[in-house]
Design a protein around this ligand. Structure first.
Ligand code: HH2
Length: 257
């Protein structure tokens, strides 16, 4: 899954694709480089961010989605109206970092469309989530949360085979907790749904290398995290640098046979 942030303030590529022409060009390039789908988002969820209005989010993503019709697109949003508009324009997956908790109409919109959905774990909200993440056992708490959200989604009429799960790397977790979630990924894959991991460029990758104030991680660190996640059963990797990840994952897959 290639990341196309149509935002001025995303943590690693803010402003790069705010111009719709640049966003569309980047998305097409990612698909050519081997992404199975591109994830278009108009609201940054980086730590400390405040969120944007519905009108602002729509004005960012709609011109991009219009140009990508017919191509495999995911919409990264927590707003039902943005999701609906994206689905009308052909998006096939709704990537909701609130796991259908942010907007009371989101489950209905996804169920009504027959689209795929990604349910992600987050402790707290982006504005405050990195202040003091706290768990007794991060893995069992994230697994329990995802299992409950899976049941909620199915009860709301979303077909189970349309749902993937994501522990939400960096969303209310310490560096150690992010790595533990990947190390013990079997606790999530055992829920029976595809697992998505988004470790690309995240600050934990810079911090584990010794930079205690890192805001991002490098490409090589991102690729290592993606391969480690793949080897533990993740089947969707959300990444900014598609070509390098496709190459690395193709090699890892060849080794795995
Ligand atoms: N991470 C980000 C955004 N959306 N969605 C899922 N399912 N999983 C993730 O790990 C995830 C996500 C944050 O990364 P990015 O989009 O690059 O930054 P920003 O939120 O600042 O736009």
């Amino acid at each position: 899954m290639g990341v196309v942030n149509v935002t001025p303030d995303s943590f690693s590529d803010g402003g790069l694709h705010l111009d719709p022409v640049k966003a569309v060009t980047a998305a097409r390039r990612m698909l050519e480089e081997g992404a199975a789908i591109v994830d278009v988002g108009g609201e940054s969820t980086r730590p400390g961010s405040e969120g944007v209005s519905l009108d602002e989010e729509l004005s960012r993503v709609v011109p991009v989605l219009e140009q990508l019709q017919g191509l495999p697109v995911s919409i990264d949003t927590a707003k039902a109206d943005v999701a609906q508009r994206a689905l009308d324009l052909g998006a096939e997956l709704v990537n909701d970092v609130t796991a259908l908790r942010g907007d009371g109409r989101m489950a209905e919109v996804v169920a009504g469309s027959g689209a795929y959905v990604c349910l992600m774990h987050m402790q707290g909200e982006p504005r405050t989530m990195q202040l003091e993440p706290a768990y007794d056992d991060v893995v069992s708490e994230v697994a329990g949360f995802l299992e409950a959200r899976l049941r909620f989604a199915v009860d709301a009429g979303i077909a189970e085979d349309r749902i993937c799960l994501d522990p939400g790397i960096g969303f209310g977790k310490t560096v150690a907790q992010n790595f533990e979630l990947v190390r013990r990924l079997d606790a999530l894959t055992s829920l029976g749904r595809p697992v998505l991991i988004g470790f690309s460029r995240k600050s934990s990758l810079g911090r584990v290398l010794g930079d205690t104030t890192a805001k991002t991680g490098s490409l090589s660190a991102s690729v290592a995290a993606a391969v480690a996640a793949y080897e533990r059963g993740a089947t969707i990797l959300r990444v900014h640098d598609v070509r390098e990840h496709v190459e690395a994952l193709t090699v890892a897959a060849a080794v795995a046979g």
